[in-house]
Design a protein around this ligand. Structure first.
Ligand SMILES: *Cc1c(COP(=O)(O)O)cnc(C)c1O
Length: 444
């Protein structure tokens, strides 16, 4: 099986013109999300999964209601982990009943709110979590369908960021034996399936397949052990997408057949009783978003050129807590025609698809360049010592592939600057323009 990549989204002059126009209208910096790309990613991923699979969108990646709405129209369901994500899903037109509510440490209050909003499907991380769901469901006189999240042995593939497989706050360990049904029989709940999420951001389809097959085997063993048919089998995801760097999404087309075959082999008759499900955040929205920012100042220090931007880790870069990137290495692209003197160097871009002169701009030699944000901390580095064309004050840069884990995964409150504007576009036209606001509210 090869690792195929979709062609990197094309950067057209049109797109850059749109970005520059948006900055004129809404100010810099801003995120621009292309809703057509969201729909394309959803269609690509669906084509890679067994037929009749449910595809969950993990709102953690980007809870912007327009993106969530676009994914609803593309046939996805919301995977949520907080009251705020529930609110975003409802704002995007979903019903509570469409949601899968997961995450460790769900509190009684959060569960009550979710159940009252009609959420009936929960992924529980432990028997204690299951009992909390049961208590709140009973109080409301309803039954919650629960998936038990499993921390299995996994396939041991060294790909992506491992979420379970060792000690983990996620899922119920099964390395010391399969859990007893008695412990999982809780009034107010109905155990209806299993949830696996062994890894994230696995660009290698082979490794991803191995994990999914390991999960299917475990599911079959548990089904036999419990004697209770599984009705929803969430096999997780791990589908990769470049982050803050140029490039295309990997293609997973070749997963459909072997995944279907594994279900046929280990869970015969699954089509009549069981819905397989998959989850994705970054694959579905990662390549839809670009962060457009402006070079405020260029200064030299001991051999390095610093480009000071109007956007830093307050807008992009909380990812260290979410992914496995130790520090941000964004690769901003120069927007065509936005420099102060656009004539002479209009063709010079730092992007990978630029010509052989890329990085030199004709006359200027490549040199050490650090792009930093405006925050008063040496940690506010967007990209360090990039071998690229020195930025020029006043020009616009675009950080590609930041539709996932961008704005809301960042240090929005640090240094008390406004959140970036977030603009959604479809077919080149603005659908929405807004920004998040962090407010202090008095407590009663
Ligand atoms: C974070 C998370 C996801 C989404 O991960 P991506 O790498 O963005 O696809 C899906 N499911 C669970 C349980 C998660 O914690």
């Amino acid at each position: 099986m090869r690792t195929d990549h979709s062609p990197a989204p094309e950067r057209t002059a049109d797109q850059d013109e749109l970005a520059a126009d948006l900055v004129r209208r809404y100010g810099s910096p801003l995120y621009v999300y292309d809703l057509d790309r969201v729909a394309r990613a959803a269609a690509d991923l669906r084509a890679a999964l067994p037929e009749h699979s449910r595809l969950y969108y993990s709102l953690k990646a980007n809870p912007h209601p327009e993106l969530v709405r676009a994914l609803r129209l593309a046939g996805c369901s919301p995977e949520i982990c907080s009251t705020g994500e529930l609110t975003a899903a409802l704002a995007a037109g979903f019903d509570g009943a469409d949601c899968l509510y997961g995450g460790p440490g769900k509190t009684a209050g959060e569960l009550r709110t979710a159940l009252a909003a009609g959420v009936r499907t929960f992924s529980v991380e432990s028997p204690a979590d299951l009992r909390r769901v049961g208590a709140e469901a009973r109080a409301l006189g309803v039954t919650a369908r629960c998936l038990l999240r499993i921390n299995g042995a996994g396939a041991g593939a060294g790909v992506g960021l491992r979420m379970t497989g060792g000690a983990s706050q996620f899922g119920h360990d099964i390395t010391d034996g399969l859990p007893d049904l008695a412990e999982l029989t809780v009034e107010g709940t109905e155990l209806c399936g299993l949830h696996f999420f062994p890894l994230t951001n696995a660009g290698d389809p082979q490794g991803l397949l191995a994990e999914a097959v390991a999960s299917i085997r475990t599911a079959a063993a548990l089904e036999a052990h419990w004697g209770v048919p599984l009705r929803l089998l969430d096999l997780g995801g791990g589908f990769a997408c470049p982050y803050a760097a140029p490039g295309g999404r990997p293609r997973y087309d070749e997963l459909r057949e072997p995944l279907t075959a594994a279900l046929d082999e280990h869970l015969p008759g699954w089509r009549d009783r069981l819905e397989p499900a998959f989850e994705s955040g970054r694959y579905l929205v990662g390549d839809s978003g670009r962060l457009i920012c402006t070079v405020t100042e260029v200064k030299e220090s001991r051999g390095t050129t610093y480009g000071v931007l109007d956007s830093g880790i307050n807008h992009l870069g909380g990812l260290s807590g979410v992914g496995r990137l130790p520090s941000l290495r964004a690769e901003p692209l120069r927007l065509t025609g936005t420099g102060p003197d656009t004539g002479a160097e209009a063709g010079a871009e730092a992007g990978p698809d630029a010509g052989p002169d890329a990085g030199t701009g004709g006359a200027e030699p490549a040199r050490r360049v650090a792009l930093v944000g405006p925050l008063c901390t040496p940690a506010d580095v967007i990209s360090r010592a990039a071998e690229t064309v020195p930025p020029r004050a006043g020009e616009l840069l675009a950080v590609p592939n930041v539709g996932a884990y961008g704005a809301t995964a960042s240090l929005l409150g640090f240094l008390s600057r406004p959140a970036p504007a977030e603009i959604t576009v479809r077919d080149g036209r603005v659908v929405s323009a807004d920004r998040l606001v962090l407010e202090r509210e008095p407590l009663a």
